[in-house]
Ligand binder design. Structure first.
Ligand SMILES: O=C(O)CCC(=O)C(=O)O
Ligand SMILES: [Fe+2]
Length: 363
């Protein structure tokens, strides 16, 4: 299906996905989807803690700002995840997008093949295969870079069915505004100036992943999306058809996230942990699947510009707060990320400086 060649980010093969398998339950679950014993210490406490919720309009409101910013700071430090309601993106747009994305994933496999990730690339439909015995996720996905515009692939966004393309474009635009506002607030909550935030993120690298997780006859034997932390600045996730499955790792156990209707779940990515010099935490998460119903999600990733140097923000550093992470060109950081498989927080660990201070903090 694929020969290896070098392109934008590393080299690889790809497979299209699991929907074909899921549509033929008589085939059973192929070996390559079956996980060795999952570390699924799913919390079974009767009342689980839930991620903090913010009303976006009141986050922006001057009067309640200081208290809200403190709450935001604590959410990003202790949870690395929060929900946003009243975010201003209309239910109509969300409904329309859901409909279009659903329709897209239901297209015959032949129609989706033209978007398949090409050898050596990471953008497109399907999953990247890097080694022979790699386990596959129980989900079909479509990943593409949407900003800067010159990094778009001519055979992806421009070739999508027009009604999906138009809904996606409106969504990108709305989320870009929301994303910048959220980045500004997260920056402000740790004492960054908006100017500094913009130096990193203005016209930054923005990408999107849409995932369709089909139902699975034995959901406990597979994983919808391998545990990982996002390599991003922040991620804004929308659970399009209201079916749950996102789980986050807190205190060593996996906690399911319950989404409020039409809410966005926002999470701190590795880059934000680096910029904040560890004040914020990029949390490991995964997606579980279920027996009954497919699940559809759309994750929008906000990153610095490719030319930005990513490392702890200089104005936050002093003798009490020495840098805990290396500084690296964003372009190189992403090349390195895409050349590896998702694997917990291993990518971020590579950026860690081994200082006395960090050793003290990691114990
Ligand atoms: O589908 C989900 O709930 C999680 C998606 C996700 O974590 C990602 O795309 O990075
Ligand atoms: Fe993620």
């Amino acid at each position: 299906m694929a020969s290896t060649q070098v392109s934008d980010f590393g080299s690889s093969h790809s497979v299209l996905g699991v929907m074909e398998v899921a549509n033929k339950p008589e085939m059973g679950i192929p070996e390559m989807y079956i996980r060795p014993q999952q570390p699924s210490i799913r919390s079974d406490e009767p009342s689980l803690p839930t991620i903090p919720v913010f009303d976006f309009k009141s986050l922006l409101h001057e009067n309640s700002r200081d208290a809200q910013l403190l709450k935001l700071y604590t959410a990003c430090k202790d949870w690395g995840f929060f929900q946003v309601v009243n975010h201003g993106v209309s239910s109509e747009l969300l409904q329309k997008l859901k409909h279009e994305v659903e329709k897209f994933f239901q297209l015959p496999i032949e129609d989706k093949k033209k978007y398949q990730i090409r050898a050596g690339d990471v953008q497109g439909y399907g999953s990247v295969i890097r080694c022979k015995d790699q386990k596959l996720d129980w989900g079909d996905r479509f990943y593409m870079v949407i900003n800067p515009v010159e990094r778009r692939k001519p055979y992806l966004l421009p070739q999508l069915p027009p009604s999906l393309r138009e809904s996606l474009k409106s969504y990108f635009k709305e989320l870009r505004k929301l994303g910048m506002e959220l980045l500004g607030l997260l920056g402000k909550a740790i004492g960054m100036e908006m100017k500094e935030v913009e130096e990193f993120f203005y016209d930054g690298m923005q990408s999107v992943r849409m995932t369709y997780y089909p139902p699975c006859p034995k959901p406990e034997m597979v994983v919808g999306l391998t545990p990982h932390s996002d390599a991003t600045g922040i991620t804004i996730l929308h659970q399009m058809n209201g079916v749950e499955g996102l789980e986050i790792k807190k205190g060593g156990v996996w906690i399911p996230v319950t989404f409020l209707p039409d809410a966005f779940v926002v999470n701190v990515g590795d880059i934000m942990e680096i910029l904040s010099n560890g004040a914020y935490t990029s949390i490991e998460h995964r997606a579980a699947v279920n027996k009954e119903k497919e699940r559809i999600s759309i994750a929008m990733f906000f990153n610095p510009r490719f030319e930005a140097e990513i490392g702890p923000v200089k104005s936050l550093l002093n003798s009490e707060n020495p840098p805990l992470f290396k500084t690296m060109l964003m372009e190189d950081y992403f090349k390195d990320f895409f050349s590896r498989n998702l694997n917990g927080k291993s990518h971020l660990d590579k950026m860690r400086l081994k200082t006395l201070h960090s050793l003290k903090h990691s114990t």
